[in-house]
Design a protein around this ligand. Structure first.
Ligand code: UDP
Length: 257
């Protein structure tokens, strides 16, 4: 059953502990759990405030050190969430407060559950045509009352067509699956001209939801080895993952310094 949006106006004010960011190699990361994020985003939508969540992992932190544009984007995010296990480890080394991963795909799940309850509209943008359509079908099975008001694959070249489709759909939340940092650049360049309120970059999540790519078994996710599973499935990711040794080196240098 769908809740009446007007009746749900009385969202409890959220203590913005989410605003306290922990610095991991110069990038602020929120110390939050899914419930905190859900409360904040619900409040943002009800207040008509735009917000942008970005999943932070070691790869993005390394990219931000090479590319000032990426750094600016990560710094501009309202909710930089601790997506990678490397971020949790980095926080542990610094005796920080980030205890668990908050992943892009689980945030998407959480926001779909919220939308199903509250009647928020969702737009899916990105991935191959079969993936985005498959993701839509899966979400509609998982959340029978969900309103997916539109979708578009990530290979459409006409940006006017993309932004017009999102605005016409009346979406409140847009999930963008173009890979990083392309999806974060796209969000930053387009969010002001879009009527939607919440933007989340979700990488390969539509591929997973559509069943075209399998996520690691739950026990691997729990012990922080999802990266190993992805490496076994896609050995060419080794190039990306070898770079992560640099992240470890920087953490050690940071600790000594
Ligand atoms: N993608 C896209 N348009 C592009 C490039 C990539 O829609 O121009 C999609 C691609 O089909 C895939 C996703 O972006 O579904 C990237 O997935 P990946 O797992 O590589 O994401 P990341 O590891 O960067 O989060």
């Amino acid at each position: 059953m769908e809740y009446n949006r007007k009746e749900c106006k009385s969202v409890r004010p959220v203590v913005h502990k989410i605003m306290i960011k922990e610095q991991i190699l110069g990038i602020g990361v929120c110390c939050l759990d899914y419930k905190d994020l859900e409360n904040c985003i619900r409040q943002d939508i009800e207040n008509g405030k735009k917000s942008f969540a970005v999943a932070i992992n070691p790869e993005k932190i390394l990219a931000s050190r090479r590319d000032a544009g990426v750094k600016e984007i990560l710094e501009s995010a309202d909710y930089p969430i601790p997506d990678g296990i490397g971020i949790v480890i980095a926080s542990k080394i610094k005796k920080g407060n980030i205890k668990k991963r908050v992943t892009g795909i689980e945030c998407m799940n959480m926001l779909c559950g919220l939308s199903h309850k509250m009647g928020y509209k969702i737009f899916l943008y990105g991935a191959a045509p079969q993936s985005v359509e498959g993701a839509k079908n899966t979400l509609e099975k998982m959340y029978p009352d969900i309103k997916i008001s539109g979708f578009m694959d990530g290979y459409e070249q006409d940006n006017e067509k993309i932004t017009a489709a999102i605005n016409q759909s009346g979406a409140d939340i847009v999930f963008v699956a173009l890979g990083s940092p392309k999806q974060e650049y796209w969000i930053c360049q387009n969010k002001e001209r879009l009527c939607a309120k919440v933007f989340l970059g979700v990488g390969g999540s539509f591929d997973v939801l559509s069943g075209r790519v399998k996520r690691a078994p739950e026990f691997m996710q729990k012990i922080g080895l999802e990266w190993l599973y992805r490496l076994i499935k896609e050995p060419k990711r080794i190039v990306r993952q070898i770079k992560l040794l640099k992240f470890v080196g920087l953490l050690i240098a940071d600790r000594k310094g």
